[in-house]
Design a protein around this ligand. Structure first.
Ligand SMILES: CC(C)(COP(=O)(O)OP(=O)(O)OC[C@H]1O[C@@H](n2cnc3c(N)ncnc32)[C@H](O)[C@@H]1OP(=O)(O)O)[C@@H](O)C(=O)NCCC(=O)NCCS
Length: 187
């Protein structure tokens, strides 16, 4: 069976948007500074994501090393978005570890404000979904989000997810309880 190579930095899509060159590719260790800037930019914006505190270089390095290992082991697919050479977003789908759940994976996405509403997120979702089918061979994508993150849930709905549940106070947003929604997409 042909197995796709999972080399760090592998490009899966490249296109032009006006005068910008957009690249979707797997991450590599030398992305560390850009990825640290990305997460800390979103933390600063106080978007509705799990990370609510700035990361240190050491923490980010640990996370990236882990991510590269998971990609190599085909436990995760992960793409970064480069716009004219700068990382402006990322997305991943992680296969569940439990034997009974290995046909499912958990999805996450974050895009810097400057490139929201440009259609990049939709193309990025299609690309990560395709990687997940090919590499992880999963059948169901799951996600959870802050109920208050209306932009994200509208985006997920447009990508074919449907809401299957809600957990009252399932999350915390800067120390306060917040409601969580659970969405799924069958591939
Ligand atoms: C979630 C995210 C990836 C979506 O990407 P995006 O480029 O912003 O999404 P799009 O603009 O393609 O789609 C969002 C949709 O929600 C709509 N929308 C925008 N603000 C909205 C709001 N306050 N309430 C309801 N819908 C809203 C948009 O109009 C758009 O729908 P349309 O295409 O039919 O007009 C991106 O906003 C992001 O990364 N946000 C910050 C991090 C984050 O929240 N990640 C998700 C964590 S669960």
């Amino acid at each position: 069976m042909m197995r796709s190579n999972m080399k760090p930095g592998k490009i899966v899509k490249k296109y032009k948007l006006g005068n910008q060159e957009i690249i979707f590719r797997y991450p590599k260790m030398s992305d560390i500074k850009d990825l640290l800037e990305l997460i800390n930019n979103l933390v600063k914006e106080k978007v509705y994501i799990g990370s609510q505190q700035k990361k240190t270089l050491k923490e980010e390095k640990h996370w990236l090393e882990n991510t590269l290992t998971e990609i190599k082991n085909r436990e995760k697919v992960h793409l970064v978005v480069e716009v004219n050479g700068k990382i402006m977003g990322n997305t991943d789908i992680k296969k569940s570890r439990m034997a009974a759940e290995q046909h499912t994976g958990t999805f996450g996405i974050m895009i810097r404000r400057e490139i929201r509403g440009t259609g990049i997120s939709e193309r990025l979702f299609k690309a990560i979904e395709k990687e997940a089918k090919k590499v992880l061979k999963i059948k169901i994508i799951k996600l959870t989000a802050f109920t208050a993150n209306k932009r994200a849930s509208a985006f997920y709905k447009k990508q074919g997810f449907r809401t299957v549940g809600r957990i009252k106070n399932g999350l915390k947003y800067y120390g306060r309880y917040a409601d969580e929604i659970i969405m799924v997409k069958y591939l």
